[in-house]
Design a protein around this ligand. Structure first.
Ligand SMILES: Nc1ncnc2c1ncn2[C@@H]1O[C@H](COP(=O)(O)OP(=O)(O)OP(=O)(O)O)[C@@H](O)[C@H]1O
Ligand SMILES: Nc1nc2c(ncn2[C@@H]2O[C@H](COP(=O)(O)O)[C@@H](O)[C@H]2O)c(=O)[nH]1
Length: 398
């Protein structure tokens, strides 16, 4: 696994002798398919990635998407079968040091088509799984925000709100980074191009979007993420790799919707009329598009809230989801790595050293979920005393 085909080895030699600058002694190419990936050296305060393009016979600087790992004192790279390279950073903690570089996953292939360039994407490895996010949609003024506030107030340790970006101006009581990240259009458009958004849409004349980070920070805090987004956004999330529960909130009538929007008093007459016009289309799409798992009627607020809790399984005695515990393990500088099926064995010390007890850490990759541009969740990490019989016969990788 991971051996360079002969043509690549020749090309790599050519590349190096042609003056390619290996900035880090750890920068050893990893081969997947007919490409070689050179990970190493610092670039813009993150680890640099270059791709050997056989057809061009030269190194290419790819578009690098996702949250990038910070430079470290060294790393080990292990090619995985799923178009990913596992990168374990030396001299860092296990909860900061496990990364996946996606080089040929579905997400990367899609982005390559969209951007028309070579693309790779980073995804941080995270222990444990988060509960499915909840996407709440519905026409403006139906009561989505009101229902979400009630849920967050009753279950503060269980739910976290995905703070969207928007180009609209803040309302009187709205605070930046709490209600929205209020953003310049040009900044948001650039961030969209850089793949930082899970979804975005033009809504009532402004740009709104959910950044990958907005959803991931909630899950990292061990909470279930709630997204308040329009129907276009819900459709995009449905088409993405994020598994979520989709709820459409419907008003009892258009007259009642108008009454609520006007009573809220946050929009101008022109904006109210625009929102009501858009509500017609949203109602049709919400009820017939097949995007939504549930439709909630918000006539009586208390009843609607009880129904929301019921469909989220919160109607009985509930306890908060425990926060995932940190790994509490440091990755030494002199680690070596082996792979057996879906398990990565990290050993302190050089490969030649006999394994001391408690010096082996196992990363079980068999239950991974998610991936770039967000986190790769579901890492199972544990320590073992020694390699048991089932672990014998593994190949030393680095
Ligand atoms: N069941 C209800 N009966 C009467 N008024 C309601 C009900 N639910 C919400 N409201 C009121 O309707 C107004 C609009 O609610 P809210 O701001 O939560 O809507 P929204 O769907 O989040 O709107 P937007 O999409 O524009 O953010 C608020 O003043 C709220 O207090
Ligand atoms: N597609 C997205 N829609 C979003 C997002 N955040 C909010 N919204 C929707 O916009 C309208 C208007 O919101 P308002 O705060 O200006 O009243 C509403 O329907 C929201 O659900 C987002 O990130 N993406």
């Amino acid at each position: 696994m991971g051996e360079a085909p002969a043509f690549i080895e020749d090309d790599l030699q050519k590349g190096f002798s042609n003056g390619f600058d290996l900035k880090s002694k750890d920068a050893t190419p990893t081969v997947i398919g007919n490409k070689a990936y050179l990970i190493g050296g610092a670039d813009d305060e993150s680890i640099r990635v270059q791709v050997w393009d056989h057809s061009r016979g030269g190194w290419v600087n790819p578009t690098v998407l996702g949250t990038k790992p910070k430079p470290c004192k060294g790393h080990s790279a292990v090619p995985l079968n799923e178009g990913q390279i596992l990168v374990i950073q030396k001299g860092t903690s296990l909860d900061d040091g496990v990364w996946f570089l996606e080089v040929d996953t579905q997400y990367v292939r899609e982005q390559r088509k969209i951007l028309g360039t070579e693309v790779v994407a980073w995804s941080k490895g995270v222990k444990g799984n988060a509960e499915k996010p909840v996407v709440i949609s519905g026409p403006s003024g139906v009561g989505k925000g009101t229902l979400i506030s009630m849920l967050m107030k009753e279950f503060p340790s269980m739910f976290g709100f995905s703070v969207s970006h928007t180009t609209r101006a803040p309302r009187n009581m709205e605070k930046d980074s709490i209600h929205y990240h209020f953003t310049e259009r040009s900044v948001m458009e650039n961030d969209i191009k850089d793949g930082k958004f899970l979804e975005f849409a033009s809504v009532h004349g402004n740009l709104y979007g959910t950044s990958v980070e907005a959803v991931e920070v909630v899950a990292d805090a061990g909470k279930r993420c709630i997204l308040d987004i329009d129907v276009q956004g819900a459709r995009s999330v449905r088409a993405s790799s994020l598994e979520a529960i989709f709820i459409f909130v419907s008003p009892p009538s258009m007259e009642e919707l108008e009454k609520r929007l006007r009573a809220r008093g946050t929009e101008t007459e022109e904006q109210i009329l625009k929102r009501l016009r858009n509500a017609q289309a949203e109602m049709e799409q919400g009820k017939s598009s097949g995007i939504f798992d549930h439709i909630l009627y918000n006539d009586n607020l208390e009843e609607c809230y009880e129904n929301l809790k019921e469909l989220l399984g919160l109607d009985g005695n509930v306890t908060a989801t425990p926060k995932s515990s940190p790994y509490g393990v440091d990755l030494p500088l002199d680690l070596s790595i082996s792979k057996i099926d879906q398990k990565i064995i990290i050993k302190r010390g050089s490969p030649e050293l006999k394994t001391a007890t408690k010096n082996l850490i196992v990363l079980d990759l068999s239950t991974l979920k998610g991936g770039a541009p967000g986190r790769t969740r579901g890492l199972n990490v544990y320590a073992i005393d020694s390699l048991s019989d089932e672990l014998n016969g593994f190949n030393q990788l680095s």
